[in-house]
Design a protein. Structure first.
Length: 322
């Protein structure tokens, strides 16, 4: 680490050069700060594997964090030592691991999904249809840009998804007309913004430096652009971002309540329903895996346990008897 520069400044620079997502940056810096504070603000160079193990065990035993949260803290500390301090930690063997509970996802029936969608309108309705019809995560839907839509081919490209991967998924033909109408209004607003000298949309940090003019090109506009400007997370300059996640989450939660759904459903439930309903329709699990962007088919196999055919797809002997 360079002399005269703070630990967090160097860590942030290392993350930026590796194109970490903004949320990952915040999470990693958070865990590094907690680690330093836990050890009475001693510099991490003075600490080693024993101190890392003590901190991670504290998270599981005293803070009662989940297994995924503990793993995120571990990854942050490994990044700190390997990439920032350039120190290789010995293998961590004495960490008390948080238990990872085995839970099945909440999946709605087709009728329940229809009932929830019927309670939505406008942009939340269009976003929810993409979550269910294309199997998108909420952030993936909100980050869609005009260039990512292939309306004629019935496809959409998901860029820089979880794990930094791109994938192609289906674009439902039933929402093509509403989507075209939405894009028509968006293009009209886009032309007005160009005439008024609007600064354009936010871009990934690397592209913003190399191709700043992309911000004012039609293809790079967000499909679900915010109505007002905000400060760019990296440069601090005013830009137009996509709409906030909470606006869609609140609308979907209200729709779920109005539809009379008592299970703990959310925006992400639509993605679970997409996978489960495709499998129920007879689609191959490998196809569903590709559409979801799962690296391991075992992640997709989780949905075989919640198919609408009884537990594990087994027919109860009582039904045969009756």
């Amino acid at each position: 680490m360079s002399k005269g520069r703070g630990l967090f400044e160097v860590a942030l620079e290392k993350m930026r050069t590796r194109h970490f997502a903004y949320r990952s940056e915040k999470a990693y810096l958070h865990w590094i700060r907690r680690y330093v504070k836990f050890h009475n603000r001693r510099h991490p160079r003075e600490l080693g594997s024993a101190e890392v193990e003590a901190f991670l065990s504290h998270l599981a035993v005293d803070a009662h964090v989940s297994a995924s949260t503990q793993n995120q803290a571990l990854q942050a500390l490994l990044f700190l030592y390997r990439q920032v301090l350039e120190i290789d930690l010995p293998w961590l063997e004495n960490v008390t691991r948080a238990r990872r509970p085995k839970r099945l996802p909440v999946v709605l029936t087709v009728a329940e999904v229809r009932a929830v969608l019927a309670q939505l309108d406008g942009t939340p309705w269009l976003v929810a249809n993409l979550l269910y019809g294309s199997g998108l995560r909420l952030t993936e839907a909100l980050r869609l840009r005009v260039k990512d839509l292939e309306l004629e081919r019935g496809e959409l490209m998901v860029r820089d998804a979880k794990g930094g991967k791109d994938r192609v998924t289906v674009l439902p033909s039933s929402i093509l007309d509403p989507l075209r109408a939405h894009l028509s209004k968006l293009h009209l607003r886009f032309k007005q913004q160009r005439q008024s000298g609007d600064p354009g949309v936010s871009l990934p940090s690397g592209l913003a430096r190399k191709f700043p003019y992309y911000a004012t090109q039609w293809g790079w506009q967000y499909v679900f652009a915010a109505s007002s400007l905000c400060d760019d997370l990296y440069s601090g300059r005013p830009v137009r971002h996509h709409i906030h996640e909470k606006s869609i989450q609140r609308a979907v939660q209200s729709a779920i309540c109005k539809a009379g759904i008592t299970r703990p459903a959310s925006c992400h439930t639509f993605r679970h329903c997409f996978a489960t309903h495709l499998l129920e329709s007879g689609y191959d699990i490998r196809t569903v895996q590709e559409l979801l962007g799962h690296a391991d088919v075992r992640s997709t196999m989780l949905y075989t346990h919640v198919l609408g055919k009884g537990a594990m797809g087994v027919k109860s002997p009582l039904d045969r008897l009756i």
